[in-house]
Design a protein around this ligand. Structure first.
Ligand SMILES: *[C@@H]1O[C@H](CO)[C@@H](O)[C@H](O)[C@H]1NC(C)=O
Ligand SMILES: *[C@@H]1O[C@H](CO)[C@@H](O)[C@H](O)[C@H]1NC(C)=O
Ligand SMILES: *[C@@H]1O[C@H](CO)[C@@H](O)[C@H](O)[C@H]1NC(C)=O
Ligand SMILES: *[C@@H]1O[C@H](CO)[C@@H](O)[C@H](O)[C@H]1NC(C)=O
Ligand SMILES: *[C@@H]1O[C@H](CO)[C@@H](O)[C@H](O)[C@H]1NC(C)=O
Length: 509
């Protein structure tokens, strides 16, 4: 892709971000826009520093995760001993991305610490290519291959010098660093064990041939977390297409909880453009923090589920674990190598530990008359053996239609244990459309009013984390109607629940 094209698209992306924000808070539009133009001028004026790319390999110590105390120099075996490189241990190469500041970002020591926390005897090497990465984006992106080749030489040299099996080498690259890792893997003489791509960069790589970006060919196992895959014209900060053996899209790969642009907007008045940069960074960097979480909270590993699309996932239709359809997020992911480009989804909390508990609710709404286009607000409270989660909203992906089974995804932040009971609430007041109103009025007019009721017989639930399936029936069918909260308990006898009496009428008046 030509440089001017990238600059143009970069401009479009920033522009889209501006418009998104200004639609929230119109009055700030002008000042934001002015602020956006300045860094773009810089882009055009930036001097080309040439192609000097010298990657440095700093073996960090668990006691000093933030300090570069010892560099390993290819061609100098004594540097391995001097840095107490353990050639029988796992070796991680942490590869940073594009940088505005020219300095390591604050996630680097956090990731180093987390890696040592999990693998005490490991060698955690931070690859320093800051001098190249601080060029403007296009130059940095075009240098990823050269930097990757340098790392490949380093890997070849380590293998020759120490006879270390390359299965022990795990490259972890963030943003542009993910593509650097890809080039390092593809240029190394033998294949490394694993590459983890943390929100691989999109601009200049999206849609490119597998040889020009991170791809499943670059290591025995390539796993990818996508956290900022949105933008205009298909161009986004993080790459949207799957580029590994397993590609996980937490929260659909965009709009990470806790990284709200609105919050950034409030800061814009004081911090200008950098407030937006913060929000962007929060979502882009979320990939790293999800990975750190997986290192630190092994027992709370989040699960991701294979799904055809994020929309289907949001309807709860993909919570099965059969035939390796689900996997752990992050470090402990199972290596599924055969099928290429497995796309998986998960929801997360706004902070660590990020895991949530996923449930699919299948509800059949039935009625004798056609009641269509209903958009009630539905809330559910779950009561389990350990805890409860109250007033969770069931997000409607489509209007409720008579005699149709609707499927919903529900998540809880807490582990409620085994589900014992649930309460269901239907509030129709705000969602009535005019046409629906007319239908209701005409059914009253024709004396059909007592038949104009929606009914729910039972609610089927599948828990993603435990893979348990349950059927819930109305606890007390005679006493309740849906103007109240209705309690459902586990059906005692799955066959008897088909009986006509065991149903609950949704009072639609
Ligand atoms: C750029 O790379 C080429 C070939 O690798 C080399 O000959 C040249 O000296 C480099 N230029 C600079 C400015 O380092
Ligand atoms: C090197 O690592 C291995 C395991 O990976 C461990 O058993 C050994 O004690 C380590 N050696 C040193 C000197 O730390
Ligand atoms: C819905 O299904 C029930 C039972 O099969 C039937 O009696 C009823 O007429 C159907 N309602 C509509 C609107 O088709
Ligand atoms: C309900 O609507 C569907 C299509 O909208 C129609 O096929 C069906 O016959 C209707 N049923 C009743 C009972 O009006
Ligand atoms: C539903 O419950 C409300 C509140 O208890 C009550 O006022 C209403 O009459 C009930 N409707 C039906 C159809 O039973």
């Amino acid at each position: 892709m030509r440089a001017w094209k990238v600059v143009f698209l970069y401009f479009v992306v920033l522009n889209a971000a501006v418009h998104y924000v200004t639609s929230l808070e119109e009055e700030l539009a002008d000042s934001i826009f002015g602020n956006f133009l300045d860094p773009l001028k810089d882009l055009f004026n930036h001097k080309d520093d040439g192609n000097a790319t010298v990657a440095k390999f700093s073996l960090r110590k668990p006691s000093h995760p933030d300090d570069d105390l010892c560099y390993i120099t290819p061609g100098k075996p004594e540097s391995l001993a001097a840095c107490t490189f353990n050639s029988t241990s796992k070796t991680f190469l942490v590869i940073h991305g594009w940088t505005l500041s020219g300095m390591f970002e604050s996630w680097v020591p956090k990731l180093v610490s987390a890696l040592y926390e999990r693998e005490q005897t490991a060698n955690v090497i931070v690859v320093d290519w800051l001098s190249t990465a601080q060029n403007h984006y296009i130059i940095a992106a075009q240098s990823t291959k050269a930097v990757g080749q340098e790392i490949a030489h380093f890997i070849d040299w380590i293998e020759e010098t120490t006879n270390m099996p390359l299965e022990n080498i795990h490259l972890i690259g963030y943003s542009l660093g993910a593509h650097v890792a890809g080039f390092a893997g593809s240029h190394a003489t033998n294949k490394v064990g694993r590459i983890t791509g943390l929100d691989p960069a999109g601009p200049d790589f999206e849609g490119e041939h597998a040889h020009r970006r991170l791809s499943p060919d670059d290591a025995h196992f390539v796993d990818v977390l996508h956290t900022f895959t949105r933008g205009s014209l298909g161009l986004s900060i993080g790459i949207q297409q799957p580029v590994g053996h397993v590609d996980i899209y937490p929260n659909g790969g965009s709009f990470q909880p806790g990284c709200n642009l609105r919050g950034a907007l409030e800061k814009i008045a004081n911090f200008g453009i950098f407030a937006i940069t913060d929000a962007v960074k929060c979502e882009h960097e979320r990939s790293i923090h999800l990975f750190i979480d997986s290192l630190l909270n092994e027992q709370d590993a989040a699960k991701a589920y294979r799904c055809g699309s994020n929309d289907m996932f949001d309807r709860g239709m993909c919570l099965s674990c059969r035939k390796s359809r689900c996997n752990r997020v992050g470090y402990d992911i199972s290596k599924v190598r055969k099928p290429r480009n497995v796309q998986m989804y998960t929801k997360t909390r706004a902070s660590m530990p990020f895991r949530v508990y996923h449930y699919q609710l299948k509800i059949h709404f039935s009625s004798k008359v056609n009641i269509s286009e209903m958009e009630p607000s539905l809330t559910v409270s779950l009561f389990g053996t350990k805890d409860e989660a109250e007033n969770l909203e069931l997000k409607l992906k489509e209007k409720i239609v008579t005699n149709k089974t609707h499927s919903f995804l529900l998540v809880t932040e807490k582990d409620i244990g085994d589900l014992l009971m649930l309460k269901f609430k239907w509030e129709a007041t705000n969602g009535w459309s005019a046409s629906n109103m007319l239908k209701m009025v005409s059914s009253w007019w024709s004396g059909d009013s007592d038949r104009a009721n929606m009914e729910i017989h039972k609610i089927r639930i599948r828990a993603g984390e435990t893979q348990k399936k349950m059927v819930f029936c109305v606890k007390d069918p005679d006493a309740q109607n849906l103007t109240q909260e209705v309690t459902f308990v586990k059906c005692k006898d799955a066959w008897r629940t088909n009986s006509k009496q065991k149903r609950i009428s949704l009072d639609s008046h």
